[in-house]
Ligand binder design. Sequence first.
Ligand code: CO8
Length: 258
Amino acid sequence: MEMVLFEEKGLVGVITINRPKVLNALCSQVLDELNEVLDSIDTKKLRCLVVTGAGEKSFVAGADISEMSTLNKEQGEAFGKKGNDVFLKLEAFPLPTVAAVNGFALGGGCELAMACDIRYCSENAMFGQPEVGLGITPGFGGTQRLARIVGTGMAKELVFSARNIKAPEALRIGLVNAVLPAEELIPAVMKLANLIAGNAPIAVQAAKKAMTEGISLPIGQAVVCEEKAFGSCFATEDQKEGMGAFLEKRKPTGFINR
Ligand code: CO8
């Protein structure tokens, strides 16, 4: 792997898109490597995943425009599918994911951040779906996930206008949960990731699955996802420990992921 780095920091895995010379633009190789990294992660051992970009300027400045510029219709569709397949894998990844958006998150970069469960960004971050200004539509989930996160009216405004927004506006519309000075971004994200990692992993993952799957379903079916998730927790040792600790007025001894 050269374009996507992976390291483990305790119970947290950190994925770094590593093409800083082109602001971490997503070429086919990056998508392939990201796919391989996701497949290789030990989801029994780790409890949370962080996704960020190399360098101080950019999270990901989009899909690689030089690679895309010569595509024909079929190749364009195939490239869109390649990105969508990887981002779907990330969205459905068993572990909760946090995007640490350390600069530009444009086009495919905004879409990568949106495929994560939670987004924190630095004060210099910039978000947008500039595709229609390049003669294309968003192609890695932007026409779908943005509306689910910020609502249809705002998503359509951003996609149709190709207007980029800065961190405070991203915070205001709910695209990110927090904005931090650049040097505080990774520590804050790691603090959140470790907070998540300290909770019962099976319960966290079941909650993620129910929330991710339920959002696209009618409420009557969506709550069934929750019922299954909720029920499954009662077959775990961590539920016995979590509730036992409460009843015995002590702190849980540490969740064991069983
Ligand atoms: N693709 C390829 N190279 C890029 C990209 C990109 N998306 N973004 C930046 N780069 C390269 C630049 O070409 C430049 O390379 P070089 O030094 O060789 O000239 C280097 O990165 C540094 O960039 P700049 O000099 O432009 O840096 P600035 O600080 O002046 O500007 C910007 C930073 C504003 C981020 C600017 O680089 C920019 O506008 N980039 C393009 C942003 C963009 O439009 N992104 C959306 C791309 S489309 C997309 O993502 C679609 C996703 C779905 C595809 C589905 C396909 C079917």
